[in-house]
Design a protein around this ligand. Structure first.
Ligand SMILES: [Zn+2]
Length: 203
């Protein structure tokens, strides 16, 4: 592909990005993951995700690059089927803006409600919590709502203008606090490149 890959912090972030990008053809439907490929390129992982639009059926391809996961620690690190650590760094996402993170947190929260399997409920809950954490990374110390220059999309700017209450920092912190946090051992990005099909299959 000629288009440079999008910069993701993890494979998980690349997949979450797919959930908030509209179809390149019709601009409406959600792009659904079909299959993907991970390749090591120097110190990065190149992530190629093939998608199909739920609305018009258009097949597309998205390319991301992400830092390669570190090797697991001696004590075993986290379970491979556990929750993903979406962004181990303190820098905010370059591909998902704060409004989109709040949307993802809501979608994952709804998935928790539909799920009866306790480990799956916890996994989804941990990932919803991280979506709030990612949204909050865009707020400056004195910001009650996300600053305008952090909103990548006109749609996000409109959302904050119409519903500023939904994006209040205090609200996001309160919602986050109800969700489970990753354990220390899960905060190890080890083995992410080998995540099982299960993660993609969810969406
Ligand atoms: Zn479409």
């Amino acid at each position: 592909m000629d288009i440079p890959p999008l910069a993701a912090h993890s494979v998980a972030e690349a997949h979450l990005c797919l959930m908030v990008v509209p179809c390149k053809l019709c601009g409406e439907g959600r792009t659904r993951y079909v299959e993907g490929q991970l390749d090591s390129v120097e110190d990065d992982v190149r992530i190629t995700l093939h998608t199909r639009c739920e609305h018009c059926g258009f097949d597309s391809e998205f390319a991301f690059k992400s830092p390669a996961p570190r090797t697991p620690p001696e004590d075993g690190g986290r379970s491979i089927s556990g929750p993903a650590w979406i962004n181990p760094s303190s820098s905010p996402s370059a591909i998902i803006d704060p409004v989109q993170w709040v949307t993802l947190a809501r979608v994952l929260g709804e998935a928790v409600d539909r799920q009866s399997d306790p480990p799956e409920r916890r996994r989804l809950g941990c990932e919803a919590r991280q979506c709030f954490e990612e949204a909050l990374k865009f707020y400056g110390e004195d910001d009650d709502i996300p600053p305008a220059d952090t909103l990548f999309h006109a749609q996000s700017q409109r959302q904050v203008r119409i519903h500023p209450d939904r994006y209040l920092r205090t609200r996001l912190i309160a919602l986050k606090s109800k969700l489970p946090a990753l354990t220390e051992s899960e905060r190890t990005p080890a083995g992410e490149a080998d995540r099982p099909e299960k993660w993609w299959a969810l969406w």
